[in-house]
Ligand binder design. Structure first.
Ligand code: GLN
Length: 548
């Protein structure tokens, strides 16, 4: 049976709970333990799949096709453990399960209440897979005191009571604000947030205190005294230059030791931190810099492309070069002379996106990269717009477009070389979709295989592999019936679904490096195992740097 670590936050949001959880997972692994990380989100959406990237940042997709919070991306990047559908739950999902059971008559006439029915549903979820790992780390979204969070906190309280003693601990993150006028670090908000936790029956075992200033021992002792936590379990967490410093920084601050101590694990196994030492060595000993233009539609919010930006960093680490991404709003390229915004970059990326806005700018970016022979990586929408560009400007289909951008559903304005996907094969099952289906969870989601053409650039990128598997999230698809015409014009279909019906990878023949992929390779990239497409894209960009 796994030991459980619940991670909560207080005082303010955005304290880096996800990062602290991920770093703790990595540190427990470094001590030889197996871990799994989970996220419990108190909002009422069933999953974040229908939320705008401006609301919630990137939607992280798992191998088994769940649309999840971007914190699951941190968990994977730090531990390498692939998240599953059962590692993410929202209040919306919990209530929807409870209501479905009620409609099926499963509660045998009982009155349905938050306690015990909602809390039981949460506890059942927490227990999934408990025999598989040594430690289960469960992060609760939001801050203590939020109304939506209460059923989750109550469920944790019950869960801890029902387990054998010493099998569940609580780690709480807070902020120590710095008052410049009086030159003081303030501990009162932390005291209040712990008081709030204690009023609902929860006592933290470990307190992680974010602070911009050094926390003096005196203040640590005071926090320990007022919050009923041992002094060496008050862990300072200072701002870091890179998130990848977090495992080593938290280790130096004593986090993993405090956690093992709270479980009374003694003596603690010695940690092997070489993986993180190597990561830091690559980050700090990089030579030169490549500038990458990322042409997207949610560029005001970097979190909307979290995994792309992390994968670029990993690609830089693989090549020991610094990567400077610059976010360019695709719409700006649609202005007169807008293409000049792309001058001087060593590589161009067009990441995923939804809807028509900015797509003409993305098409312009693909054309620029193709004609000026700048390395280009098109991801999902970035592949679809690259295909439209090639159809228009290489194959002479001048009105080529996508049904997604055509309000008439492809009937009037364009020749839809990208169409609304209606059926595909998943394993040995046929999946069918209609344009008026509900929006939530109906895309082609999760890991699918692409069969690669031998001798192609993509197969070289993957060391001669003939098959790759990456995660998908799309409703539209390049129409394979244009394959011959586009290939004759110079756009090779170098990766296909195993049944040869869905184009998965395209590349421009004779171009130094131009690839479009329907999947999202950024989702599987790790600092210690960079996604091959990003590593090779940055390698090609670095060659450009030499040429400039
Ligand atoms: N909007 C496109 C589709 O649904 C691309 C999706 C994406 O980029 N993730 O097919």
């Amino acid at each position: 049976m796994a030991r459980y670590i619940f991670i909560t936050g207080g005082v303010v949001s955005s304290l880096g709970k996800g990062l602290a959880s991920a770093a703790l997972g990595a540190l427990l692994q470094a001590r030889g333990y197996t871990v799994r990380l989970r996220k419990l989100d108190p909002y009422l959406n069933v999953d974040p799949g229908t939320m705008s990237p401006f609301e919630h940042g990137e939607v992280f997709v798992t191998d088994d096709g769940a649309e999840t919070d971007l914190d699951l991306g941190h968990y994977e990047r730090f531990t390498g453990v692939s998240a599953r559908r059962s590692d993410t739950i929202s209040a919306g999902r919990i209530y929807s399960n409870v209501l479905e059971k009620e409609r099926r008559g499963e509660y045998l006439g009982k009155t349905i209440q938050v306690i015990p029915h909602v809390t039981n549903e949460i506890k059942d979820f927490l227990a999934i897979g408990e025999d598989e790992v040594d430690f289960m780390l469960c992060e609760i979204g939001g801050t203590v005191g939020d109304i939506e969070g209460l059923p989750f906190f109550e469920a944790i309280r019950q869960f801890a009571q029902e387990r054998p003693r010493g099998k569940v601990i609580l780690m709480h993150l807070t902020l120590l604000p710095w008052l410049a006028a009086s030159g003081e670090l303030k501990t009162k908000p932390t005291q209040h947030s712990v008081k709030e936790l204690r009023s609902i029956g929860l006592q933290p075992d470990v307190l992680v205190c974010r602070s911009e200033q050094l926390i003096p021992d005196r203040e640590r002792a005071k926090i320990a005294l007022f919050c009923n936590v041992r002094p060496d379990s008050v862990i300072p967490a200072y701002d870091l230059k890179s998130i990848y410093e977090a495992p080593l920084a938290y280790h130096r601050a004593g986090l993993d030791r405090a956690v093992l101590d709270a479980f009374q694990i003694s003596p603690a196994p010695r940690p092997d931190l070489s993986r993180w030492e190597d990561v830091m060595d690559r980050l700090t000993h990089a030579e030169g810099e490549v500038r990458i233009a990322v042409v997207g539609k949610y560029t005001e919010l970097e979190d909307a492309y979290k995994s792309v930006s992390e994968a670029l960093t990993h690609g830089g680490m693989a090549n020991r070069v610094r990567v400077r991404p610059e976010w360019i709003a695709a719409e700006d390229l649609e202005q007169d002379g807008g293409t000049h915004l792309l001058d001087g970059y060593h590589g161009i990326i067009v990441p995923g996106g939804f809807g028509e806005r900015g797509t003409e700018g993305m098409i312009t970016a693909a054309q620029y990269a193709r004609e000026k022979r700048v390395p280009y990586l098109g991801i999902c929408l970035g592949m679809q717009t690259a295909v439209i560009e090639a159809a228009r400007n290489l194959a002479g289909i001048t009105d080529a477009g996508s049904q997604e951008f055509d309000r008439d559903g492809g009937a009037g304005r364009c020749t839809p070389v990208v169409y609304h996907l209606k059926e595909w094969v998943q394993g040995n099952r046929k999946v069918e979709r209609k344009p008026d289906d509900a929006k939530g969870g109906t895309m082609r989601l999760g890991a699918y295989t692409a069969v690669l053409k031998s001798g192609s650039l993509i197969s070289r990128v993957y060391d001669g592999a003939t098959e790759i598997e990456d995660r998908h999230r799309h409703r539209y698809e390049v129409d394979v019936s244009y394959r011959e015409q586009l290939e004759a014009a110079g756009l090779a279909f170098s990766g296909m679904s195993p049944d040869d019906r869905l184009p998965e990878v395209v590349e421009i023949e004779g171009h130094p490096w131009f690839i479009g992929v329907q999947a999202h390779p950024e989702l599987k990239s790790k600092p210690f195992a960079p996604a091959p497409l990003f590593a090779d894209f940055i390698r090609a960009a670095k060659e450009q740097e030499r040429m400039v």
